[in-house]
Design a protein around this ligand. Sequence first.
Ligand code: ASP
Length: 335
Amino acid sequence: MTPALHRLLTCAAIALSASLLPAGATLAQEFPAPGKVISFVLPYAPGGPTDKAARDLAQAMSKALGGQGIVVENAPGASVAIGAAKVAKASPDGYTLLFTHIAQATLPTFFRNLPYNVDKDFEYLGLVSENPMNLIARPTMPAGTIGELVSWIQANKDRITIANAGQGSASHLCGMLIQSALKVDMTSVPYKGTAPAMTDLIGGQIDLMCDQTTTTIAQIEGKRVKSYAVTTPRRLTQATLNDTPTMQEAGFKDFSVTIWQGLYAPRGTPAAVLRKLNDALRTAVKDPDFIRKQEQGGAAVITDARLEPAGHKAFVMSEVSKWAPLIKAGGVYAD
Ligand code: ASP
């Protein structure tokens, strides 16, 4: 055989074997392609707790993938519906992912016409972390303790403002439970994330807010906001908050709110791509630097079965069922 004929036959054999592979298999073989950037779509404004968690994860997963570029793309609006719908409709190639929190489980009840389906439109990549929330107030709030704050709320019930990051957000959920427990109707002020809301709280334009401890701790330490209670059934061990009472200790019966964050791909992403992303996620959550950053903020990284796609999906579906009756009892919908 002449060298030219050998080259020709080799090229033909490669072309033939590539054409026999399903499209997803070739994509998976070269995933992630060098120089191609993975995007975490983040449905809140920059600087808030969800954004912070996404950026920490992007850094750790980039390391796990040998330096692959991972960017966080903020796409706030319509609670989280704009960002989540963007990923649900994105090309299922592993380069456009959704990083979101508990709103993945609350929006299907808050929005009766949600433009995506949390059960059918996503591949679940794994739960990343979970963390408590913290009831905080403007620095000029006269109350010193949660008991005094409750008295202040009762005395001022007609003119209290409470910030949130849109319906179904963590801050909204927490604020809703507080109002229903106290039978008080505050004026809810929606923002595109709790970072811009925090600016107004610090400035005294807003009275109250619940936010994740991953963001509140630095503001409490800087004495820019007042802190009253944490939303988990147990007190935190984290130094800044370890003498802060729980909502349950303050008399809010059964009050328990824990926020979680997870990573999602569009439905139809090839299984081998999903495996590579989940491998990188599992490596990232063992990264000491990632763990330290989460724990500093009172968050815990996930180490149980929810780190795997099946466990993640089962957990989110159980959260949809858990929150639905409480949201329906409020009778307020986003659409
Ligand atoms: N903390 C926000 C929430 O209330 C969202 C954010 O800006 O991270 O859901």
